[in-house]
Ligand binder design. Structure first.
Ligand SMILES: O=c1ccn([C@H]2C[C@H](O)[C@@H](CO)O2)c(=O)[nH]1
Length: 148
């Protein structure tokens, strides 16, 4: 069932019942987006995620004069995750320059899957959805251990 209820003062907003403060995550994604370096696409992106120890990590896109070398916001986020102690991603959101929800590109879905697995919740226009729905039939670390 899609959960679009109000937060009843809990600060959870849409997605109540997930135990995630989605509004706080969005605030952090918007803050990060404000630091984006996107002079070529003019498409700033900010991403933020809740880690299983309660901290929030974020990232922004960083482009390059050699266009193909640009880094998505999610790249910065997973780098920040590792650089600040690691852990598992529990919930994720991403915004564009209009502060509207943005779905991660294909490559970034794979990046997020590495650190959040199939259960990580990702905010969509239809509410929070598990990564298993966003990257179905995913390739991941388990496949490597099976093949080794
Ligand atoms: O999930 C995404 C999709 C796009 N971008 C960035 C890459 C590029 O800098 C700009 C336009 O594609 O948006 C991200 O940061 N994350």
């Amino acid at each position: 069932m899609t959960d679009t209820g109000t937060d009843g003062g809990t600060g959870e907003g849409a997605g109540t019942g997930t135990g995630v403060d989605w509004a706080a995550l969005k605030d952090e994604a918007v803050r990060a987006m404000g630091h984006a370096y996107a002079p070529y696409s003019k498409f700033p992106v900010g991403a933020a995620a809740l880690v299983d120890d309660g901290r929030i990590v974020s990232g922004c896109n960083v482009e390059n004069a050699s266009y193909g070398l640009g880094l998505c916001a999610e790249c910065g986020l997973v780098s920040a995750l590792q650089a600040t102690g690691g852990g598992r991603l529990v919930a994720f959101t991403c915004v564009d320059g209009h502060e509207e929800l943005l779905m991660p590109c294909g490559r970034c879905r794979q990046l997020l899957y590495e650190f959040g697995g199939p259960e990580m919740l990702l905010e969509t226009v239809d509410g929070p959805r598990p990564m298993s729905e966003i990257l179905p039939y995913a390739f991941g670390p388990d496949d490597l251990s099976r093949g080794a």
